[in-house]
Design a protein around this ligand. Structure first.
Ligand code: MN
Length: 145
């Protein structure tokens, strides 16, 4: 379900908005928010809820690993997009799960007319690193739904 109103989104965003995602803002177009769900040291797996304002998306990027790794997105509120390079964009809504293998160039974010949130789950592996690439241009983004 698309959510345009910020207060409606706050009510639907069960895992919380958190704070402006300022540490990664240079890798996003538009405003995003990060709410850590696990404390450092609690678990080898870190979970965070990431919220995107309408039109916000992250740059193309790759989750690298020499073994294992990758990322899982658990969509929690609103509607958004996931796109892997060379593939059509996939429409996402609350309840959808996206498995992103290590090494796949991709981006994820909100639809232009809806807030969106997903829990991001970094899959454990060896030699893990993130490579941030070019933004999704307005022309590319405008082609979507
Ligand atoms: Mn990713």
């Amino acid at each position: 379900m698309k959510i345009t109103d910020e207060r409606d989104f706050a009510a639907a965003n069960a895992f919380g908005l958190g704070l402006p995602n300022s540490a990664y803002a240079r890798y996003f177009t538009g405003n995003s928010y990060l709410n850590p769900l696990t404390a450092p040291g609690d678990s080898p797996i870190a979970l965070s809820n990431v919220s995107f304002e309408p039109g916000c998306r992250n740059n193309w990027h790759i989750h690298h690993a020499s073994k294992g790794g990758g990322q899982i997105l658990i969509c929690t509120a609103g509607e958004g997009w996931y796109q892997a390079e060379g593939e059509a964009a996939r429409s996402l809504a609350a309840g959808d799960v996206v498995v992103i293998p290590a090494g796949v160039k991709h981006w994820h974010g909100a639809k232009r007319d809806s807030w969106f949130a997903h829990i991001a789950f970094e899959v454990p592996g060896e030699g893990c690193s993130n490579e941030w690439l070019e933004p999704v241009t307005d022309a590319e983004y405008a082609l979507l739904g």
